[in-house]
Design a protein around this ligand. Structure first.
Ligand code: MBD
Ligand code: FE
Length: 311
């Protein structure tokens, strides 16, 4: 079939009716977006001559995606979340905001409500025989390079199986294992005492991996640690660091790796005195430089549905 119907009056009227453009009611922005996205889909069906079988496969894929609770995971895997970062980066350059710690995607596995401690937090609550001790520490500064007091640095990462607490399919981790928050003092310093994470892999039978398989893509991420840095004075930073040496660093299925987000991992001794499970430990120094508010506001604050749990 090579029929083309998109530009017919019948189809254009159908699109307008579906988005209810003839009415003054409803949410105008939602109507605009529905008309555009549905129109782009109709057009693609016409131009690629998509078959009914392909369309129904796609419709039922959405059902599986929802059943699996993986829509935000797929958004990361298809680069949609990265694309939003690319746009925010471009907006920053236009606003002459440069040189700060790069942002990178939040991902779908944050849980709000981790306990906030002063300066230092030990966040490995559960034992993990396959993971060694890790200290991550540094200083939060403003665009002026001066330390920021009362900033909250929040961090979350996976265990030695690549599983995150709250989302662990084995149910093995306690709430807030490997999740924590630290408030900086006058020196702007934060420190997390934890265990070395291992890279995440998409659930092998989930909708996301199902699509990635069709594309001959893997669904794995290099070992990484997520951060939010939040203060009244500057804009919220959402970022991650990768663990140096992970073979997937430049092959992340979620496209989150950035040049300035791969700090060196240094071998140290003295872990026992820090309350770590062994004396030799790995140490990462990573400093955060925040960006200025724009006309007194965080103009890029992202609202999205986030999991939460009681502290
Ligand atoms: C992760 O740990 C993650 O950070 C992202 C972006 C997607 C899936 C799992
Ligand atoms: Fe992650």
């Amino acid at each position: 079939m090579s029929v083309k119907v998109f530009d017919t009056k019948e189809v254009q009227d159908l699109l307008k009716a579906a988005a209810n453009l003839g009415s003054q009611d409803g949410n105008p922005r939602a109507k605009q977006i529905v008309q555009r996205l549905l129109g782009d889909l109709f057009k693609a069906i016409d131009e690629l001559d998509m078959t009914p079988d392909e369309i129904w496969a796609g419709v039922h894929y959405f059902n599986k995606l929802g059943q699996d609770g993986e829509a935000a995971l797929l958004a990361a895997g298809l680069g949609l979340e990265k694309y939003l970062d690319i746009r925010m980066d471009a907006a920053d350059r236009e606003a002459d905001i440069n040189g700060s710690t790069p942002r990178t995607i939040e991902g779908p596995l944050y849980v709000a409500g981790a306990p906030v401690r002063e300066g230092v937090s030990k966040i490995d609550l559960d034992p993990d025989a396959h993971s060694g001790p890790l200290v991550i520490h540094g200083t939060v500064t403003g665009p002026d390079g001066k330390p920021v007091a009362d900033a909250v640095v929040e961090c979350w990462h996976a265990n030695s199986k690549g599983f995150y607490s709250h989302f662990d399919p084995t149910g093995a981790q306690s709430e807030f294992n490997l999740r924590g928050a630290v408030k900086t003092g006058a020196d702007g310093k934060y420190e997390f005492r934890t265990l070395m994470p291992v890279g995440y892999g998409c659930p092998p039978h989930g909708a996301t991996q199902q699509l990635l398989n069709v594309l001959a893509r893997h669904g794995n991420r290099p070992a990484h640690v997520h951060f939010f840095v939040i203060t009244d004075k500057y804009r919220k930073l959402t970022t991650q660091i990768n663990i140096e040496g992970d073979p997937l660093i430049w092959d992340d299925f979620a496209y989150a790796t950035r040049e300035d987000l791969i700090p060196h991992v240094v071998e140290k001794n003295g872990g026992t005195a820090l309350g770590m499970k062994a004396d030799p430990y790995k140490d990462i120094e990573f400093n955060f430089e925040l960006t200025p508010l724009v006309q007194g506001k965080d103009n890029q604050l992202v609202n999205r549905l986030r999991a939460s749990a009681p502290t």
